[in-house]
Design a binder for this molecule. Structure first.
Ligand SMILES: Cc1cc2nc3c(=O)[nH]c(=O)nc-3n(C[C@H](O)[C@H](O)[C@H](O)COP(=O)(O)OP(=O)(O)OC[C@H]3O[C@@H](n4cnc5c(N)ncnc54)[C@H](O)[C@@H]3O)c2cc1C
Length: 465
């Protein structure tokens, strides 16, 4: 943390050009912005609720002059510590920049500020018959700025892609305070470097996003959901590939393992079969006739793959009932032990059965309960270790188990994170996945845009550049 004299001077200087009501330095405010959805916490010296790109630029210039860190923050739902101001400085909060500036029906794009809540944008575009597919489970709270900075994904990722696939243009404030405009409403644009994507997934370390132009799609008129159970998890994983080979591209293909099924059943008493090793939740969408035909094809395939039970929802309320189990996994497993550490590996789809076996091996080796669920369609699994962070000895085993999971994922051609980012939580493990040359190249990019290391320092890499 910056020393208190510098922190006092910082607040004073900020209040010279930002309304004092939006510059918060009380202990309560600093605590409120000191954590995200991980178990970590660190106090900022001051919190600023920004309202425009011009303000962001002035703050970055001031921070550069005083050499204090600036940490952009959306809703603080991040799962890798990205918005935690672990070196103190300024928490730059975007919740007041929440205007959807335009929904351009003709060009099918939305232009919005970074503090717009993802679910609100989705509802607004749906009112106009359009569709913004990226659907992180946190969509009722998280912001578009946080989604862009983490390249957030969700269950629809396998058919529709993730946040990066919907970004056409950005307004970004660089660490030196310059405001740059990249891309725009055009679908095609090869004028200069593709720097729109440079900032996506950069975890607030390269620039501050102050506006985004997002691609929209026509809303699919029909969708159908089914839940399919399997005695063997390998069979469930093989079925995912069989469905895709058959020519059907479901919008969603979610996997729950036996532990998650049982914890959800303990929690909600939905009548889920406790003995099955896996459940797939499958959703197809599109034109009504196609949806009917594809649903029948998928159901037939599941039967051929010896699924134990195939439950196709007849209508929306029944579909909601099927989704209830998948949505309840996180709250259900949170009740089991005091601490839940959720990981986010992604492997090539064909490696899912091998990855599940590796996780079971790690579970046994380190004697820790690990629940597996995730997006089977795109290989993005969330092994969740159920533990107690007050038990130092157990936490040592947890750290070793996480490392073993990452090593196994990378050996199987996978990666450390499919959607939550590296932030603070995974930076010690970066060398498992990336070569020294690749890390040096990334550091060089960071140094080129932020030589003074003002913007979200110490995230992804160590604190020194
Ligand atoms: C219950 C739960 C479920 C979740 N489910 C999913 C899921 O399905 N898929 C998924 O991908 N994630 C999921 N997440 C993680 C999280 O919601 C996402 O990473 C989300 O994108 C974070 O958005 P946020 O607004 O909360 O950002 P924050 O947590 O505030 O910040 C995240 C990162 O973005 C940076 N940032 C924020 N705004 C800006 C900006 N304007 N310019 C530059 N950088 C910025 C921050 O510095 C930080 O590095 C889940 C989290 C929870 C708690």
């Amino acid at each position: 943390m910056t020393n208190r004299t510098v922190a006092g001077a910082l607040s004073g200087e900020l209040k010279q050009f930002i309304e004092p009501a939006r510059v918060l330095d009380s202990p309560e405010a600093r605590i409120a912005y000191s954590y995200d959805a991980t178990t970590r916490q660190s106090l900022p010296d001051v919190v600023v609720k920004v309202k425009s790109a011009a303000e962001v630029a002035e703050i970055l210039k001031l921070a550069g002059r005083l050499q204090v860190p600036v940490v952009p923050r959306g809703a603080g739902t991040g799962l890798s510590g990205g918005s935690i101001p672990f070196a103190g400085g300024i928490a730059m909060v975007f919740t007041e920049m929440r205007s959807i500036k335009e929904i351009d029906q003709e060009n099918m794009v939305a232009v919005c500020e970074p503090g717009v809540v993802t679910g609100n944008l989705q509802k607004e575009v749906e009112r106009q018959g359009l569709f913004y597919p990226p659907d992180p489970s946190s969509l009722n709270y998280c912001t578009i700025g946080g989604n862009l900075a983490e390249n957030a994904g969700g269950p629809r990722g396998m058919k529709y892609g993730v946040t990066k696939d919907y970004v056409l243009g950005l307004e970004v404030v660089l660490p030196n305070g310059d405001i740059v405009h990249l891309g725009g409403k055009q679908i095609k644009n090869v004028t200069g470097y593709n720097f729109v994507q440079f900032f996506i997934g950069s975890e607030g370390t390269l620039g501050v996003i102050t506006e985004a132009t997002l691609k929209l799609l026509p809303a699919p008129p029909a969708r159908k959901t089914m839940a399919v159970t399997f005695k063997s998890i390998d069979r469930a994983a093989e079925t995912v590939n069989a469905i895709l080979y058959s020519g059907v591209l479901p919008a969603i293909l979610e996997l729950m393992d036996q532990k998650s099924i049982n914890y959800v059943e303990d929690y909600l008493h939905l009548g889920l079969p406790r003995h099955v090793e896996a459940m797939l939740i499958i959703e197809v969408d599109g034109m009504p006739e196609a949806v009917e035909a594809e649903t029948s094809k998928v159901a037939m395939l599941c039967k051929k793959m010896r699924a134990e039970d195939i439950n196709v929802a007849k209508d929306n309320p029944e579909a909601e009932q099927l989704w209830k189990a998948r949505r309840a996994v996180s709250p259900a497993i949170s009740r089991v032990r005091p601490t839940k550490i959720g990981e986010d590996i992604c492997v090539p789809r064909s490696s899912i059965p091998a990855m599940v076996r590796e996780i079971r091996r790690v579970e046994e080796q380190f004697d820790l309960p690990i629940v597996i669920f995730g997006h089977a369609g795109d290989g993005n699994l969330h092994p969740n270790i159920l533990t107690d962070k007050r038990d130092a000895q157990e936490m040592e085993r947890v750290e070793a188990a996480i490392e073993a999971i990452f090593e196994a994922a990378v050996k199987l051609g996978g990666t450390l994170s499919g959607e939550h980012g590296i932030g603070l939580s995974k930076k010690p493990f970066l060398p498992i996945d990336l070569s020294p040359q690749t890390i040096d190249f990334m550091r060089a990019m960071k140094k080129a845009v932020d030589p003074a290391n003002i913007l979200n320092p110490g995230k992804i890499f160590g604190s020194e550049l």
